[in-house]
Design a protein around this ligand. Structure first.
Ligand code: UD1
Length: 413
């Protein structure tokens, strides 16, 4: 299986293109619904977005964003509610236009997902920020100025918005307790190529020296570690061997290590990794944490795997409180899971049994499909359009490694 560019990077890189008038060209952008929605949002702001044909192997391709000298600064609810990552335009808009009005997003049904750290950081940078008629409105008529910033929690989205705001501020900003996800490093590298001055990339302290103007750039999106991780869980759940071409083992150290300790054979090299499983794996505990901890986006897969592993696992979700919503669906397949707050105790059963279930978000949907592969009989996953928000050609990728998965039209469609 081939892995393309990361959704959670590409969407932010597209938003960051707003920082420089001219045409930025992004390679390795996944052909997914969320990218189409971000393209519509950028067009609404005055850009021209051209999406090239994706590679048939990785499902990723090139996107060109032509940014005019004058851009609009209002991101409307009708688009933002379809894509929570739309909030990533907030930092670039305040930096470029000195004001922004971005609707409070909707997005996955996986928690309250506050924006308090985004707003507090922008205030520190000199913006006046308020919520008005469902919009986050930020204004800095004199422009932003560098400041000392500290996050209570290394939020991915807040780190991105504050970095993209600070790159055009007057003076130096120091952002402490910044998120360190590989997607943040990718964004910072693109910004540096545009002319930004950022030190400490990859660490939890980012020092950003504001510049007057940035230039458009050509940049290749980092590989999607969550898609790569999903494919690592496929043989863990269904047996067999999968080679993940393009998967960066170093971005999944903890995940691959846990699979290896549980009894899978894991081989990592410079161009990808392979996972083979020829027995029932031993249950393992998981605690989700910001990178380099166990990714919350892979928690549903770990939970699904625990449900058919040998023994009992404790899964602790520290990042998104409602990520256990999908447990009720997994229970329909026969999983034995008891949740209490942000902990889940999973007792492995010998096998799951197919049933109709519902996908509530991207990762839960994908995890239910993999759980279905591990079960006897047919599993039907309704609302599978959630999966398309994060995975290009999900069913095709799985069929290419021998899984029996077909996309069917859902009743009523
Ligand atoms: C991003 C990813 C998502 C991933 C998550 C954590 C995108 C589009 N999405 O989401 O797939 O699961 O990182 O790796 O990149 N929080 C606050 N106040 C804030 C900001 C965040 O309370 O101002 C809370 C959120 O409600 C959540 C937690 O902090 O409980 C983590 O949020 P954050 O790291 O910001 O995740 P996202 O950027 O939303």
């Amino acid at each position: 299986m081939h892995v393309g560019g990361a959704k959670n990077s590409a969407l932010k890189l597209m938003a960051a293109a707003l920082l420089a008038p001219g045409t930025s060209v992004l390679h390795n952008v996944p052909d997914i619904l969320d990218v189409a929605v971000m393209s519509q949002l950028l067009e609404r702001l005055g850009c021209i977005v051209t999406v090239g044909d994706p590679s048939p192997e990785s499902g990723s391709g090139t996107v060109a964003v032509e940014v005019p000298e004058e851009i609009a600064w209002e991101a409307p609810y009708e688009l933002v509610r379809r894509l929570r990552a739309s909030i990533a335009v907030l930092g670039p808009l305040v930096a470029r236009c000195h004001r922004a009005s971005v609707a409070l997003p909707g997005g996955d049904a996986i928690g309250s997902r506050g924006l308090d750290m985004h707003m507090a950081g922008l205030r520190e940078l000199g913006a006046q920020v308020r919520v008005e008629h469902g919009q986050v409105v930020a204004e800095a008529p004199e422009g932003l100025r560098g400041a000392a910033l500290w996050l209570d929690f290394p939020s991915v989205g807040a780190t991105e918005n504050l970095v993209t705001a600070a790159v055009l501020a007057q003076g130096t900003s120091v952002l402490d307790n910044a998120a360190r996800e590989p997607e943040i490093g990718d964004l910072c590298r693109m910004l540096v190529a545009m002319g930004a001055r950022i030190d400490g990339i990859g660490s939890s302290t980012l020092t950003i020296e504001g510049v007057d103007r940035l230039s458009p750039v050509e940049h290749t999106t980092v590989t999607d570690r969550i898609v790569a991780g999903t494919w690592a869980f496929a043989p863990a759940l269904a047996g067999g061997r999968v080679r993940v071409e393009g998967g960066v083992g170093g971005h999944l150290d903890l995940v691959l290590d846990k699979l290896g300790n549980a009894g899978a054979a894991v081989e990592v090299d410079s161009t990808g990794f392979a996972v083979s499983v020829d027995r029932r794996l031993r249950a393992f505990d998981v605690v989700t944490l910001p990178y380099p901890g166990f990714p919350t986006d892979l928690q549903p897969f770990a939970l699904a795997l625990a449900s058919v592993s040998e023994g009992t696992a404790m899964i602790t979700e520290n990042v998104f409180e409602s990520r256990f919503m999908f447990v009720q669906e997994l229970a329909r397949l026969g999983a034995d899971v008891h949740t209490d707050g942000h902990h889940a105790v999973v007792r492995g059963v010998p096998a799951l049994s197919g049933a109709p279930v519902v996908a509530h978000d991207i990762r839960a949907g994908a995890a239910l499909v993999l759980a279905g592969l591990a079960g006897h009989g047919v599993t039907t996953v309704a609302e599978s359009q959630h999966i398309d928000r994060g995975y290009p050609r999900f069913a095709e990728a799985l069929t290419s490694v021998g899984a029996d998965v077909a996309r069917i039209t859902e009743p009523g469609e």
